[in-house]
Write a protein that binds this ligand. Structure first.
Ligand code: AMP
Length: 400
């Protein structure tokens, strides 16, 4: 199958060809035809599967087809809600790419930056709006954005919305939308709350599931270093100094504070490093990301939320500085390497408290991860730390 077999606008096909895509990815193959027919879609797919193109193409096609009816109306006709600013920017760029030969206008609204330009763009008229939920609601309440003409609604990364405490905002947005609309729903995982949401949002949807998370990881070389919490910084420096092939490493840190600490240590040891997390300004995050993408820095340290959806090819190594207690997060993280058929390596550090996570992860991916036996920072602490008191998380604390 190739893109010519689909029944959508020639100008979109030309733009896709210009991007260099020849074959549709499985999510595109399965989701584009029913979405073009106007069906609701329930897509179980993670970042990296090509899901943005899968929803962008039907939107661009449909809005272009009846564009003449809306000439000069300045109505928002498609809304894409996505949890993070980075993802919002990437989706916006994708619409610009796939729609480059069309005359539809795409706007971007997201928190963390001034709303002046965003409001100006909406006033001038946008057909497609890519938004993070909080800022979108603010603009609706202030009377700048009108959701009542939305024909197609995309909810992207729904499970991440849940993790980040955004579901109440999502529900608020949904209440603002017209009942008669098409909804395209994407989530990497389907926890019960998300299932419930799909029941209330989608009408007779076509379900599309691609690459179940546990099978995407086969191509990636995975290993684990058993070590102590206090040795992890030194172990990371040692690895980077002794492995010249670690030329672009994405290091995952559980906390923002931890990310800064790791980045500082690496820089002190002469390893060019940038960090991205939710406490950094949008400008700082973008410049860190650009430096990493261009290869100006060798290491990018990121929290899960800040890294979610980042579209970076050519990551040679993913390092799990801590093992995640949500096992699917491990799969999402390591899926950032080994993309587009390239080799990828995932290295995990595991201290005594994380050993149970290792067991859970291995169960999920249905294979044993190789333990590296010989290194200078082997585990010496075999007694688990006493359990920490559970802390209440403030609802928006995790806003990326
Ligand atoms: P996404 O899952 O939408 O974030 O897409 C992941 C990456 O795959 C992006 O870099 C896209 O540009 C790329 N991509 C999407 N569809 C295709 C395709 N059919 N062929 C090649 N690359 C693609």
């Amino acid at each position: 199958m190739n893109f010519e077999d689909f029944n959508f606008d020639r100008l979109i096909k030309d733009a896709i060809a210009k991007k260099g895509y020849t074959t549709p990815s499985p999510i595109q193959e399965q989701a584009i035809p029913p979405a073009l027919e106007g069906k609701d879609i329930l897509g179980c797919a993670q970042t990296g599967t090509g899901k943005t193109c899968a929803f962008a193409v039907p939107i661009l096609h449909k809005l272009t087809a009846n564009q003449a009816d809306f000439a000069g109306s300045k109505k928002i006709r498609a809304l894409i809600l996505t949890p993070t600013r980075e993802l919002a920017m990437q989706i916006h760029d994708s619409f610009s790419d796939y729609g480059k030969f069309l005359t539809l206008r795409t706007g971007l609204v997201m928190g963390g930056v001034s709303s002046v330009e965003q409001i100006r763009a909406i006033k001038n008229g946008v057909d497609i709006l890519v938004a993070t939920p909080g800022r979108f609601i603010d603009l609706v309440w202030q009377g700048y954005a009108d959701p009542s003409y939305v024909e197609i609604f995309v909810l992207d990364e729904a499970d991440r919305m849940l993790d980040m405490g955004f579901l109440p905002d999502v529900r608020r947005v949904v209440e603002m939308l017209p009942q008669k609309r098409q909804t395209l729903f994407f989530s990497a995982t389907m926890p019960p709350e998300i299932r419930k949401l799909t029941d209330s949002l989608l009408i007779d949807p076509v379900s599309v599931t691609v690459t179940p998370v546990s099978s995407t990881v086969d191509a990636i070389k995975q290993s684990v270093y058993l070590t102590d919490k206090n040795s992890k910084l030194d172990l990371l420096v040692w690895l980077l100094k002794n492995n010249k092939d670690m030329d672009s490493a994405l290091v995952f840190s559980r906390t923002k504070y931890g990310a800064d600490k790791i980045a500082e240590k690496l820089r002190r040891d002469g390893i060019s490093t940038a960090a991205i997390h939710g406490n950094k300004s949008q400008g700082a995050r973008q410049s860190a990301l650009n430096s990493f993408k261009r290869g100006n820095v060798r290491v990018l340290v990121a929290t899960d939320i800040a890294a979610r959806g980042l579209d970076i090819d050519d990551i040679s190594h993913v390092v799990n500085y801590e093992l995640p207690n949500e096992f699917e997060t491990y799969v999402h993280r390591i899926g950032r390497t080994g993309r587009a058929g390239k080799d990828g390596t995932a290295i995990s550090f595991c201290d005594i408290d994380e050993k149970e996570y290792l067991v859970g992860i291995e169960k999920l991916i249905k294979k044993k991860i190789d333990v590296v036996e010989t290194h200078p920072f082997v585990m010496t602490v075999f007694k688990k730390s006493p359990p920490k008191k559970q802390q209440q998380r403030p609802p928006r604390a995790q806003r990326a």
